[in-house]
Design a protein around this ligand. Structure first.
Ligand code: CP
Length: 326
C-alpha cells in the first residue's frame, strides 16, 4: 500500500501508480462505509479547497463541495468569468496566489487544446496539490468513481471482464473526449478487455490509444477497436455508451453536428442491451441526452448504475483530498 501521497497532484490517473490508485480506492471504500454509519471523518479540519470552474457542472461541483465539508474543511466556488482571469490573470499567477490562500486547487477547464495545458501550468506554479475536475484530455475523478462502481459489482479483481466503451449519438453539444480517453486508460490497467466502439470520425488521441495499448500489454488486458455499434455490446459485462465530439476530425460545431447526424441510430436501447451479457450493467457519467443517447428504459432500468456512479464521485474525491491535502 502506497501511503505517502501528501502534496501530489491528480491530473491524469496515469500519473499515479496502480498501487497508489488501489490506496485511493481503499480509502474511498472506507469513507463510504463511514458516511453510511454516520462516523465522523474530519481529516481536513480548517483546510480549504479552491475550486475553479471554466465550464458548467452539477455533480463535480456539488460532490467536491459536500466532500470538503464532510472532511471538516471548506470548498470555495470560483468561476473564471467572475474573476480577473477574464481580465488577464495568468495560469502562473493563479497557481502562485490561490496556492498561498488554500490547501488544494481543483480546476475544470475543458477547452480543446487549452484545458490540460492550463491545469499543468497552474500545478507548476502552485505549492499545493492540483486536482483535475475535467480537462480536454482527462476526467480522472469520473473514471475513478466508475472503477469503484464496477468493483462494487464485480469485485476488486477485474481481469478478464469486458467493458464496452462506445460512442453514442447526442444532439446537445460537442461533448469532451475526456471520459472515453480516461476510461480506456484506467480500465486497461486493471486487466480488463476494453472494446472501444465509435464511427471512424470519432477517433481518440493517438497518444492516448498508444498508452492504453501499453497498459493492456502490461496488465494482460486487451484494447480492441470496432466501428460497429452492435458489435461493441456483444458479450460485455459493462456497457458505457456515451457521446463525444469529433474533435480530432473537426472543431467546427456545424460540421461536427452534420457528421453526428449520420449516426443518429447509435442509441443505447433495450435491443442493444440484449447483446451484452445477462448480468451486464449500464453506465453513463451524466448528463445524458435521454431518448437520443440512451433510451429511458435503459437508463432508468434495472441494469443502470448511473446513480451509484454519481454517488461514488463523492467518495473517490474525498479519498484523493484526504490523501493529498493533509
Ligand atoms: N459527470 C460529470 O462530470 O458531471 P458534471 O458535468 O455535472 O460535473
Amino acid at each position: 500500500m502506497q501511503t505517502d501521497l501528501r502534496g501530489r497532484d491528480l491530473i491524469s490517473t496515469q500519473d499515479w501508480t496502480k498501487d497508489e490508485i488501489e490506496t485511493l480506492l481503499d480509502v474511498a471504500f472506507d469513507l463510504k462505509r463511514k458516511r453510511a454509519l454516520g462516523e465522523p471523518h474530519a481529516y481536513l479540519r480548517d483546510k480549504v479547497l479552491g475550486m475553479l470552474f471554466f465550464f458548467s457542472s452539477t455533480r463535480t461541483r456539488v460532490s467536491f463541495e459536500a466532500g470538503m465539508a464532510q472532511l471538516g474543511g471548506h470548498a470555495q466556488f470560483i468561476e473564471s468569468r467572475t474573476t480577473q482571469i477574464s481580465h488577464g490573470d495568468t495560469a502562473k499567477e493563479i497557481g502562485e496566489i490561490i496556492g498561498r490562500y488554500t490547501d488544494g486547487i481543483a480546476i475544470r477547464q475543458v477547452d480543446w487544446g487549452i484545458g490540460n495545458r492550463y491545469i499543468n501550468d497552474v500545478a507548476e506554479a502552485s505549492r499545493v496539490p492540483v486536482l483535475n475536475m475535467q480537462c480536454d484530455i482527462y476526467h480522472p475523478f469520473q473514471i475513478l468513481a466508475d472503477l469503484m462502481t464496477i468493483m462494487e459489482e464485480f469485485g476488486r479483481d477485474l481481469r478478464g471482464k469486458t467493458i464496452n466503451v462506445s460512442w453514442a449519438y447526442a444532439a446537445s453539444y460537442q461533448k469532451p473526449i475526456s471520459v472515453p480517453q480516461s476510461l480506456i486508460l484506467l480500465m486497461t490497467r486493471f486487466g480488463m478487455n476494453v472494446k472501444l466502439a465509435h464511427p471512424p470520425e470519432y477517433k481518440l488521441m493517438p497518444d492516448i490509444m498508444e498508452q492504453a495499448r501499453e497498459n493492456a500489454r502490461k496488465s494482460g488486458g486487451v484494447l480492441e477497436v470496432t466501428h460497429d455499434f452492435n458489435e461493441g455490446f456483444k458479450d460485455a459485462d459493462i456497457v458505457y455508451p456515451k457521446s463525444w465530439g469529433a474533435l480530432l476530425t473537426t472543431t467546427d460545431d456545424e460540421e461536427s453536428a452534420a457528421i453526428g447526424k449520420k449516426y443518429e441510430d447509435w442509441i443505447c436501447d433495450t435491443q442493444r442491451m440484449s447483446f451484452a451479457k445477462d448480468h451486464a450493467i449500464y453506465m453513463h457519467c451524466l448528463p445524458a441526452d435521454r431518448e437520443i443517447e440512451v433510451a429511458n428504459d435503459v437508463i432508468d432500468g434495472p441494469q443502470s448504475r448511473v446513480y451509484d456512479e454519481a454517488e461514488n464521485r463523492l467518495h473517490v474525491q474525498k479519498a484523493a483530498m484526504a490523501l493529498t491535502m493533509r
